[in-house]
Ligand binder design. Structure first.
Ligand code: NAD
Ligand code: UDP
Length: 336
């Protein structure tokens, strides 16, 4: 079976669904600090298959010991972590403890039990402010905030674990900007509090929970002056994990891979796409730039295509239509 840490969360729950559809058995470890168990119940309903959810913390060595001691785990998909940039600036130690110390515990338990196959949720944030786009995996890495630094440290740790013991097989999946939801509208992103990211904020404006979307900067050196990112449909991303798992042994090492579409989309293009999906304009206004933002980041996804045989298939309209289906069917997320 596959152990999915953080499997109750946004990307994890979509990946559990794709793993089940691909015939894997799935065990989730999640402390539910940023998720509801309802998402996985819906995954079970959609697939007609069971997902075992163990409510527990990555940093609890005894809980990990029980988990690895009692099951035959073939590989680990490691999503569990805190992910808010702003919060990480205010509470850096909480991020180092949860993300870095938690991953140390996980890797120790994996090593002890001879489970040396790992797929890790890294991020395009490890490229900092890239000197050119599209971004390739060999470009320099840097961290602009504590969240990004936890990703960089964990990547470094993985490289060193592999160097010390070359029998490990590790894929470092660098996600660009995940958006969208399962086509059923039954599972999706359910952020707590005020969303930081563009799509969840725009969706809450579209559904009437907030009055207007602030577009951070109209004077970036891009075609329409707004920031450009590589939005990737979460179902494509989930399928990328299934592909990485299938090719993990063939990758033969500790390999970073960009998971993006290769297409840059501006804030205004995304707002226009969402407005089409909703059927009315999403109110927005251009305001000052947000501190720490960069103009344009999008992936060169060639390596993932070559090594995993995977590429993103869903475009902006599907991302917006599926996001909207989830948001309009579940205006308050899982707490309807
Ligand atoms: P999410 O918050 O929805 O999912 C993370 C899950 O991990 C949650 O269910 C949470 O309860 C759980 N968790 C957190 N700390 C834990 C701990 N110590 N022990 C057990 N469970 C714990 O976030 P997501 O968007 O699904 O992101 C998943 C992963 O992908 C994260 O590592 C994130 O940093 C990374 N990532 C996300 C994005 C994005 O934009 N969503 C982009 C790049 C990378
Ligand atoms: N953005 C925006 N308004 C928001 C949130 C984000 O204009 O309320 C812009 C942001 O400046 C960036 C893009 O949308 O150009 C994506 O931001 P997000 O926070 O979603 O992702 P990241 O900055 O991590 O790539």
């Amino acid at each position: 079976m596959i152990l999915v840490t953080g499997g109750a969360g946004y990307i994890g729950s979509h990946t559990c669904l794709e793993l089940l559809e691909a015939g894997h058995e799935v065990l989730v470890l999640d402390n539910l600090s940023n998720a509801s168990p309802e998402g996985l119940r819906r995954v079970e309903r959609l697939t007609g298959k069971k997902v075992e959810l163990v409510e527990g913390d990555l940093r609890d060595g005894a809980a990990l010991e029980r988990l690895f001691g009692s099951r035959r785990i073939e590989a680990v998909l490691h999503f569990a972590g805190l992910k808010s940039v702003g919060e990480s600036v205010e509470q850096p130690l909480r991020y180092y403890d949860n993300n870095v110390a938690g991953t140390v515990k996980l890797l120790e338990a994996m090593g002890r039990h001879g489970v040396k196959r790992l797929v890790f949720s890294s991020s395009a944030t490890v490229y900092g402010d890239p000197s050119r786009v599209p971004v390739t995996e060999d470009m320099p890495l840097s961290a602009a905030n504590p969240y990004g630094r936890t990703k960089l440290i964990i990547e470094d740790m993985c490289r060193e674990v592999f160097r010390a013991d070359p029998s490990w097989r590790i894929a470092l999946l660098r996600y660009f900007n995940p958006v969208g939801a399962h086509a059923s509208g039954e599972i999706g992103e359910d952020p707590q509090g005020v969303p930081n990211n563009l799509m969840p904020f725009a969706l809450q404006v579209a559904v009437g929970r907030r009055p207007v979307l602030n577009v951070f900067g109209g004077d970036w050196p891009t075609a329409d002056g707004t920031g450009v990112r590589d939005y990737i449909h979460v179902v494509d991303l989930a399928k990328g994990h299934v592909a990485a798992l299938a090719k993990l042994d063939a990758l033969g090492g500790c390999v970073p891979l960009n998971l993006g579409t290769g297409r840059g989309v501006s804030v205004l293009e995304l707002v226009a796409g969402l407005s089409r999906a909703v059927g009315r304009p999403v109110p927005h206004q251009v305001v000052a730039r947000r501190a720490g933002d960069v103009a344009s980041v999008f992936a060169d996804p060639t390596r993932a295509a070559q090594l995993l045989g995977w590429r993103a298939e869903l475009g902006l309209d599907a991302m917006c239509a599926d996001s909207w289906r989830w948001q309009s069917q579940n205006p308050n997320g899982y707490a309807r």
